[in-house]
Design a protein around this ligand. Structure first.
Ligand code: PGA
Length: 255
């Protein structure tokens, strides 16, 4: 039965929220390491997880947290970018997290946006199989787009969608302009884990910071479960939480 609410927590700022997410992730990784098992983490990109990545790097450098038993899957990738493009999700992750911790390169999984369109469908099916073969995602990190997307699952995407090629919405492309210099350089297509794929993760934390996200956060948390705001699907998940800073939470209480 779908529950009608989603648990949310409001923090002083993105750093304090991210420290809590990192602590929960570190606990999982260490518990699994003690048992000789892997921890399967789903990572998102964008500005939102940057303080989390900094905290994870700190825990690696200063607190002895090892990522040797971590298997990672990233949520999405732009289609059609060269593999050396700086906005490529793979390069973003290497630059901001993976180059700075001890996760084995062979444990890292990315969707491949450079593949020709004829190969994408099979690649998406194979990606889902890799997730299943790894035992499923234990802990999925999410951001939220101004249009309520999770991954690149834009408004209108059904709750049971699987990993596939998608068309990016206008606000998503506008928000990506700083990474590409001009709107005409922002890809029109992407590949993303589906909503159904994401909802299979055992634990999910969606993070949102700043006033810019406050209205859509309110719609996701207070509004109905609707394809208009794909983040609202998290209400159907037994262990999804939303972590907010004060600005992102600022309109939650308004009528
Ligand atoms: P942002 O993107 O972290 O850059 O705001 C989040 C998202 O679109 O999911």
């Amino acid at each position: 039965m779908a529950k009608k609410t989603i648990r949310f927590r409001i923090f002083e700022n993105p750093d304090s929220a991210s420290a809590q997410v990192a602590a929960e992730m570190a606990l999982l990784i260490r518990e699994r390491a003690t048992l000789g098992r892997n921890a399967v983490i789903g990572f998102s990109t964008g500005k939102t997880p940057l303080p989390l990545f900094e905290e994870l790097i700190y825990l690696y450098r200063e607190e002895g947290l090892s990522f040797r038993n971590v298997i990672s899957f990233n949520l999405d990738e732009y289609l059609g970018l060269k593999t050396d493009h700086p906005a490529n999700i793979r390069n973003f992750m290497q630059r901001n997290l993976f180059d700075h911790i001890d996760i084995p390169q062979g444990n890292i999984h990315f969707l491949r946006g450079e593949l020709s369109s004829g190969k994408i469908k099979a690649h998406c099916v194979a990606y889902e199989k890799e997730i299943t073969d790894a035992g499923g995602i234990d802990f999925q990190i999410l951001g939220i787009g101004r249009n309520g997307h999770i991954g690149f699952n834009e408004p209108g995407t059904p709750m049971n969608s699987r990993t596939s090629r998608v068309i990016l919405g206008d606000t998503t492309r506008e928000d990506a302009v700083p990474d590409f210099g001009a709107i005409e350089n922002v890809p029109i297509h992407a590949v993303t884990m589906g909503c159904g794929t994401i909802l299979e993760a055992r634990k999910i934390i969606l993070m949102a910071w700043g006033l810019k996200k406050s209205r859509v956060v309110r719609r996701a948390i207070i509004g109905p479960v609707t394809p208009k705001v794909t983040a609202s699907y998290l209400k159907t998940h037994p262990a999804a939480q939303v972590f907010l800073d004060q600005a992102a939470a600022s309109v939650l209480a308004q009528d």
